[in-house]
Design a protein around this ligand. Structure first.
Ligand code: AMP
Length: 191
């Protein structure tokens, strides 16, 4: 198995690089942001529960997020690996992910951080907002999401760094060049 975490602020290019990773390594993509957006769009009980907090740009509670993630992993017993995107965002989520992987007799093999400056992130999201009109990219929410990343989510990085599991890749440059750097990291673990 090849289990990967992709990390980076909103607008870092996680979505774009994730598509390329899935194609090359045949892993199941689990994006907690996409899952939450699906639930809110379809007004599921979970969606109704998290709609307000999502629209505010704040993080959904660990309990809810971990339960949703676990369910999604368990839906894919035949997977040859997973790409976790937007998860973990807190240390308890990172610990829960390790436990979940352990219960499946596997582990997280690579944690890839896309390193992008705050200024670059702001300019990219402004462009995306025009193209896709994502509700959570509205100005006030965008600010909150950027802050959530740089104030809270970054605290997960030392958790992986201390265990020598973190690979930082420069997220500024052309898409294929960035992907080649990611592939160099992943090829060390792919069999
Ligand atoms: P994203 O597209 O990954 O930026 O996620 C969009 C929104 O979904 C976030 O602003 C949070 O409200 C929620 N969300 C996504 N992933 C998580 C997570 N791992 N923990 C808590 N909230 C999350």
């Amino acid at each position: 198995m090849l289990n990967i975490v992709i990390f980076g602020p909103p607008g870092a290019g996680k979505g774009t690089q994730s598509e390329k990773i899935i194609e090359k390594y045949n892993v199941v993509h689990i994006s907690t942001g996409d899952l939450f957006r699906w639930h809110t769009k379809n007004d599921t009980p979970l969606g109704l529960k998290v709609k307000e907090i999502m629209n505010s740009g704040e993080l959904v509670s660990d309990d809810i997020t971990i339960a949703m993630l676990r369910e999604e992993v368990e839906k894919n017993p035949q997977a040859s690996g997973f790409l976790f995107d937007g998860f973990p965002r807190t240390v308890p989520q990172a610990e829960a992910l390790d436990e979940l992987m352990k219960s499946l007799g596997t582990e997280i093999h690579a944690v890839v951080e896309l390193d992008v400056t705050e200024a670059e992130v702001r300019s990219r999201i402004a462009k995306r907002k025009e193209l896709e009109g994502r509700v959570d990219d509205a100005d006030d929410k965008l600010e909150k999401r950027i802050q959530e990343y740089f104030n809270k989510t970054v605290h997960v990085l030392p958790f992986y760094k201390e265990q020598n599991r973190l690979s930082t890749v420069n997220g500024i440059g052309d898409i294929d060049g960035i992907f080649n750097s990611i592939a160099e990291v992943l090829d060390q673990h792919a069999s």
